[in-house]
Design a protein around this ligand. Structure first.
Ligand SMILES: Nc1ncnc2c1ncn2[C@@H]1O[C@H](COP(=O)(O)OP(=O)(O)OP(=O)(O)O)[C@@H](O)[C@H]1O
Ligand SMILES: [Mg+2]
Length: 247
């Protein structure tokens, strides 16, 4: 953190700044003047009930909502990537061209190969997307999103369609990749445990605003058995209005 003359300490640089964001569809307002900041390299998870506006917010950050009515300030880096629940690979392109889509320069293929190796798919460059499992396709999507070295990674339930075991493996992979590349991350998820396992900070959206902003301080490796993990889970589930079974 930089210290300026006069003893003032500068706040950490912000990758994302959202102020008074309003978004609505027809006469229904979904985001009611939402404020949000994400620091450089910070991993933020976003929870909220179905229909609370998580994807609406993510699409606003991704610039995918130009036809949606609204107002407010959205400042994001130009170099941002988005990952969705489905891998959205081009079925008529092999894996490597899917990864380097839009990448320019003589080293594009080499960078694509390196990204595929990072997600454990070295040797699958010439496979067609429909020859890959769902988890493998999602790893290709991760490689594609990180090959551009984005400052901001936006992910909308990227593991939502995967089985529980694959999802846990993907958590480990995402953590590793983020530690290496250090993008700021906004991960939308329904899964409270996923949020606590991965994020520096967990937000909960309710009533069109950020209703809970919880820093997660847990020693690594994070485990569901840590008492503090259970404490975070309990308070976030309560904020979501979910009663845990057996209580
Ligand atoms: N293109 C659209 N046209 C009309 N209404 C929309 C549109 N997109 C979203 N909405 C409405 O906005 C509200 C918020 O939707 P959004 O997709 O952001 O919710 P979400 O929190 O991502 O929910 P989920 O967890 O189910 O994915 C919902 O009531 C939804 O019906
Ligand atoms: Mg959604």
């Amino acid at each position: 953190m930089a210290t300026h003359a006069g003893g003032l300490t500068a706040a950490p640089p912000r990758t994302v700044r959202v102020e008074r964001l309003v978004r609505g569809f027809g006469d229904r307002t979904v985001l009611h003047g939402l404020d949000l900041e994400i620091a450089d390299g910070e991993f933020v998870a976003l929870l909220g009930r179905s229909g609370s506006g998580k994807s609406t917010l993510l699409r606003a950050l991704a610039g995918l909502d130009r036809d949606v009515a609204g107002s407010g300030t959205v400042l994001v880096p130009e170099n941002s990537s988005v990952v969705f629940q489905d891998a959205r690979l081009l079925p008529w392109q092999r894996v490597l061209p899917n990864v380097v889509l839009g990448l320019r320069g003589p080293d594009a293929d080499a960078r694509g190969r390196a990204a595929l190796a990072e997600v454990g798919l070295a040797g699958r460059e010439r496979a067609w997307p429909n020859e890959l499992s769902g988890g493998e396709q999602q790893r290709v999507a991760l490689a594609r999103s990180l090959v551009t070295e984005p400052e901001l990674l936006l992910a909308d339930e990227p593991f939502g369609a995967l089985d529980a075991l694959t999802r846990i493996r993907m958590h480990g992979l995402l953590r590793e990749l983020c530690a290496r590349h250090r993008p700021a991350v906004l991960l939308v998820t329904h899964d409270v445990d996923e949020a606590i396992a991965l994020a520096d900070r967990v937000l909960l959206i309710d009533g069109g605003r950020i209703a809970v902003d919880q820093s997660i301080e847990l020693p690594a490796p994070r485990s569901h058995r840590q008492p503090a993990f259970l404490g975070y889970r309990e308070s976030l589930l309560e904020a979501l209005g979910v009663q845990e079974a057996g209580r």
